[in-house]
Design a protein around this ligand. Structure first.
Ligand code: AKG
Ligand code: FE2
Length: 225
C-alpha cells in the first residue's frame, strides 16, 4: 500500500476533493494566478500579492513573535526545522486584512484557515524536506485531524529577497523556487481525488547569505475554528 492510500486518509477524502475543486476553479478564473507547469501537483504563484511596505510591516511583526520553530513531532534541537517562527496576532487589523486577501483569492471558507504563521531563517537555517499534510501514527494525528481535518492547501508569501540560498524546493518535482518579495506561492497538498499527494514534498533550503522571511497559512479540509 502506498503512503497516499492509507485507510486513515479516506475520512477526509471527500472534503479534500471538494476544497481542491473549489480552489482550482477559483484560481483558474483569476488572470493574476500563474500555474506552475507540472502535472504531478497543483502549484500556483501570484506576483505582488503584498506590497513592499506590507512585507516590511509583516517582517517587523514576525521579529516580535519569532521563537525557535517546532514541527509537530520534533523539537528544535532535532535540526529538521531550524528557522524561527511564530503566529502573528490574528486579531491585528493589518494581519486580518492579509488574511482576508488570502481567503478571498483562494475562495476558501475563512473558518477552514489556520492562523497565519511567520517564519524567519538566518544563514544556515532550513526546513528539511517534508509534506505539509498530517501523517497517521504520529502523536498529533488524532488531535489535529479532529479539529479541522487534514491539511488541504498551503499559502506562503515571500516577504523579502534573499541574497543567497533559501529557495523552496519541491524535491520530487525537481523544482526550485527563489524567494521574491511579495510573491505568493500556493499549492494543493492533496491530489484531485482528495488523497494526500506525495509529490508535494518540499523543503526550505538553507539560507546562505542574508535573512529569509515568509508567512504561511494552511487551510484544512473542513472548519478549523
Ligand atoms: O520556507 C520555505 O520555503 C518553506 C516553508 C514550509 O515548507 C512550511 O512552512 O511548511
Ligand atoms: Fe511546508
Amino acid at each position: 500500500m502506498t503512503l497516499a492510500t492509507k485507510p486513515e486518509f479516506l475520512k477526509d477524502q471527500p472534503n479534500l476533493r471538494k476544497v481542491g475543486k473549489e480552489v482550482r476553479q477559483r484560481l483558474a478564473d483569476n488572470p493574476n494566478v500563474w500555474k506552475v507547469p507540472t502535472d504531478k501537483a497543483e502549484i500556483f504563484a501570484v506576483a505582488d500579492f503584498m506590497t513592499a511596505e506590507e512585507c516590511a510591516r509583516m517582517i517587523t511583526m514576525i521579529d516580535e513573535v519569532a521563537r525557535p520553530s517546532t514541527v509537530f513531532d520534533l523539537s528544535y534541537k532535532d535540526g529538521f526545522r531550524t528557522s524561527y517562527s511564530g503566529d502573528v496576532d490574528p486579531y491585528h487589523p493589518f494581519v486580518k486584512m492579509i488574511d482576508r486577501r488570502l481567503d478571498d483569492l483562494m475562495g476558501i471558507e475563512p473558518s477552514f484557515g489556520e492562523t497565519i504563521q511567520g517564519q524567519r531563517y538566518m544563514p544556515g537555517q532550513e526546513f528539511k524536506p517534508h509534506h505539509d499534510w498530517f501523517h497517521p501514527n504520529t502523536s498529533y494525528w488524532e488531535i489535529e485531524t479532529s479539529r479541522g481535518g487534514q491539511r488541504a492547501w498551503t499559502a506562503m508569501v515571500y516577504l523579502n529577497n534573499v541574497e543567497e540560498g533559501g529557495s523552496t524546493d519541491f524535491t520530487d518535482l525537481g523544482m526550485s523556487i527563489e524567494p521574491k518579495q511579495g510573491v505568493l506561492l500556493l499549492w494543493n497538498n492533496a491530489d484531485e481525488g482528495g488523497l494526500p499527494n506525495p509529490a508535494t514534498i518540499h523543503a526550505g533550503r538553507p539560507v546562505v547569505r542574508g535573512v529569509k522571511y515568509v508567512i504561511t497559512k494552511w487551510y484544512r479540509a473542513k472548519k478549523w475554528r
